[in-house]
Design a protein around this ligand. Structure first.
Ligand SMILES: [Zn+2]
Ligand SMILES: [Zn+2]
Length: 459
């Protein structure tokens, strides 16, 4: 018979016989065969789940176990199995708490405005005219006076309601002149696809160009691992990926603008007054957590070659590499950002501002300018290590999850000394490490590097 594993936290006694309270005093009871549903070790009923302080390590452990290779033989000890079961219970409880919390937050938030701000601005100035031209409204049925359809409003049940109290844009006649009214789901899908694509392209192109012109060190061209025509290849890959990413993301935005998300408008519509500022760190923490695990998953050998390798083509990335992904890779890594407003209330303008910030940050960590060696922030130095050494520093904004997941690699001090960082001696060291890891992760290197002659010509 397989003995039952007790997973109760068990109080430890002090020498004088007084019980110690608090989580430090709790200990996992060892495996004890159960009799009549009670644990012989602590006497409690089996499989209860009484409150125990939850640490981040405990929370991450099941995820680590999921992603780590199978345990060596002999399998886990009973004590280890008990610990895993206990931690899994805590993970379930945390997910449940998160769900209850988000439901409660939502029940107190008002979500009366269904249309998105950006969509309304684009409708007013561009899309109303575009849809009127592409899909004009049908002429008035015979027998009805032209007066009825003088402004076309009777053709559609749609009525203007501002997306935000902060902005009132009176719709022109063109808003009523298309077969697809503004609240038509297909029109919203097409419009949001175009917004994501064009807006994303503009943010990418403007910020990456500025970063390339004013921040990026052009000496990087001489690095032995700089590819032939790299900037052109980066821009090409980013522009091939962006429309497909926009197509995949548009349905999520349609759901959001149709009121399925928890987006709110004015500051007093927040569930609690403090939520208006608390949502920003929570958003960063949530997306960092999501991106870490998705990115780490993308490095799994089964997935890496198919989806994530295109982004790792760039050993020495330029700011234009920031969006140069396989489209599904880019989409997967953007998911936490779009999932957040389906779980937590989020102010609409903050949502747009965070979209710009995320794109800006992604460019910043690819610009090769190592500003400060901050132990908390996952900056350009940390992400450069990711491109050089592959299986380290998967995080986006913070080093927290890399530290918890055991994948953190701190940048060396010499990376912050510009002269040393750009010296041939340092590059040689970098290349040695990179080649060794690259061989392990990818096998034979199929990149085409900048020929030495061309490198010299640039000097
Ligand atoms: Zn990666
Ligand atoms: Zn990158």
């Amino acid at each position: 018979m397989v003995p039952f594993l007790c997973n109760h936290p068990r109080p430890v006694r002090k020498q004088r016989g007084r019980r110690i309270r608090g989580s430090t005093a709790l200990k996992i009871a060892p495996c004890v065969p159960a009799s009549e549903g009670r644990c012989q070790g602590c006497g409690n009923r089996t499989r209860t789940s009484q409150g125990v302080a939850l640490s981040l390590t405990q929370f991450s452990r099941p995820l680590l176990l999921f992603l780590s290779p199978p345990p060596p033989s002999p399998p886990f000890s009973y004590l280890e199995q008990a610990r895993v079961a206990w931690e899994r219970d805590r993970l379930h409880q945390l997910c449940l708490l998160l769900l209850i919390f988000s439901r409660f937050a939502h029940s107190t938030a008002h979500n009366s405005f269904k249309m998105d701000v950006v969509l309304e601005v684009c409708d007013t100035f561009l899309f109303d005219y575009m849809y009127q031209w592409v899909l004009p409204a049908r002429p008035a049925p015979s027998g009805l006076t032209s007066q009825t359809f003088a402004n076309g409003t009777s053709m559609s049940t749609w009525q203007y309601k501002p997306a935000t109290e902060y902005l009132y844009l009176t719709p022109s006649q063109a808003a009523y002149g298309s077969l697809w009214a503004r609240d038509n789901i297909w029109r919203q899908g097409v419009s949001l696809f175009l917004i994501l694509w064009i807006f994303g392209f503009l943010v990418y192109f403007v910020f990456a160009s500025l970063s390339y012109l004013f921040v990026f060190d052009k000496k990087t061209f001489e690095h032995p691992k700089f590819l032939k025509n790299q900037i052109w290849l980066e821009i090409k890959q980013a522009n091939e990926a962006m429309p497909i990413m926009a197509l995949c993301t548009a349905p999520l935005l349609v759901a959001e603008v149709r009121g399925y998300g928890f987006l709110y408008d004015t500051l007093d519509e927040a569930p609690w007054p403090w939520w208006n500022w608390f949502q920003i760190p929570l958003f960063l923490f949530f997306t960092d957590f999501g991106i870490y695990w998705i990115h780490r998953g993308l490095h799994h050998p089964w997935v890496y070659k198919h989806l994530h390798k295109p982004h790792h083509k760039w050993i020495m990335p330029t700011p234009f590499a920031s969006h140069a992904f396989h489209p599904l890779d880019g989409y997967a890594q953007s998911l936490p950002y779009h999932i957040f407003p389906f779980i937590f209330p989020l102010q609409k303008v903050a949502y747009v501002a965070l979209f710009v910030f995320i794109n800006f940050w992604t460019i910043m960590i690819h610009d090769g300018e190592y500003i400060a060696n901050n132990p908390i922030i996952n900056g350009a130095a940390c992400h450069s290590i990711h491109h050089l050494a592959f299986n380290y520093n998967y995080g986006q904004y913070f080093t927290l999850w890399d530290r918890i997941g055991g994948s953190y690699r701190a940048p060396e001090q010499e990376m912050f000394q510009k002269e040393v960082k750009m010296s041939e001696e340092h590059w040689k060291k970098e290349v040695e490490v990179m080649e060794q890891i690259q061989l392990e992760v990818e096998g034979e290197d199929d990149r085409e590097y900048e020929p030495e002659m061309e490198t010299k010509k640039r000097q």
